[in-house]
Design a protein. Structure first.
Length: 296
């Protein structure tokens, strides 16, 4: 069993819209994994892309989590407050040759499938606004880790291309921000959706380049809607309620989607009772190692 003194988990939604059932399943799995061992669970708002984050959405997300009993420890962190930390990390990457400026457009390299590293030896278009990219041809290769559900993973990061870590519009990119904050907050365990599994090689490279600890990973199956598509804000998935009285049956369904087999008699029980039972019986070993689950 993981020691509670060593377990710090987190949920880090982008406030581009309210939470839906798919994000509830991810939050619930992360929360249970932490609470079942007496660990801490943090809430981080990944608001580094202001044009995609309508004002007030973070408040809605907090109310939704509270309605389902998913309380967090400490203060909520906002990535929009973390510019200096991200810049310091980028400076370190530039200094050790792991990051470089690039003015190439997606249209220019889209036929390659991923960015082919044209600017590694210097910008091809110095007159254009420059993004900053991570060099995937440097550092440890291949990237390997043990996912707690999907087992041994081994990836060649060069096949995914040199990912952007700071955008041309001067906004920070997800890959760098998430790695810096996970390290700063002492995150030991990352529990998130399967759609982020292929982001892990980039993040492991960044962790190595910045001499950060390597957290454990548990990637959860994605929830598919009636149309067979992943439930997401982009697909206009229905928001979960923020009223506590409406939460119990949906919480019960989320536990089923996590293969936890909650008793049917708890379906209408208060969320506190459902969560207490789920914490007592939580085990990731119950999860079937399939990338997706059907909502219905």
């Amino acid at each position: 069993m993981i020691s509670p003194q060593r377990y710090i988990g987190r949920f880090a939604p982008t406030p581009s819209g309210p939470l839906h059932l798919g994000s509830l399943v991810a939050a619930l799995g992360s929360w249970l994994d932490a609470r079942a061992v007496g660990g801490r669970w943090l809430l981080r708002i990944e608001d580094i892309d202001p044009p995609r984050c309508p004002p007030g959405t973070d408040d809605i997300i907090r109310r939704q989590l509270e309605a389902f009993g998913l309380t967090w420890d400490g203060e909520v962190r906002y990535q929009s407050d973390r510019d200096e930390a991200y810049q310091a990390a980028l400076d370190r990457l530039v200094a050790n040759g792991m990051a470089y400026p690039c003015g190439c457009s997606r249209r220019e390299w889209q036929d390659y499938g991923h960015y082919p590293g044209w600017c590694r030896q210097g910008p091809r278009h110095p007159e254009r606004p420059q993004a900053w990219r991570l060099r995937t041809d440097k550092g440890p290769q291949p990237i390997a880790w043990q996912d707690r559900l999907f087992g041994y993973q081994c990836h060649d990061p060069t096949l995914q291309g040199d990912v952007v870590i700071k955008r041309k519009d001067d906004l920070w990119a997800y890959q760098l921000a998430v790695v810096v904050d996970d390290a700063d907050q002492g995150i030991t365990d990352i529990v998130r959706g399967y759609d982020l599994l292929d982001n892990t090689p980039w993040q492991r490279q960044l962790q190595a380049a910045l001499a950060y600890p390597e957290p454990r990973y548990l990637h959860l199956p994605l929830i598919l809607g009636d149309d067979g598509q992943k439930l997401s804000k982009q697909n206009l998935a229905t928001a979960i309620p923020h009223q506590p009285e409406l939460a119990p049956p949906l919480l019960h369904r989320a536990l089923q989607l996590l293969d936890q087999q909650p008793p049917s008699e708890l379906r209408e029980a208060p969320v506190s009772l459902q969560l207490a039972h789920a914490c007592q019986h939580w085990t990731p070993e119950k999860l079937a190692a399939r990338p997706t689950r059907d909502y219905c």
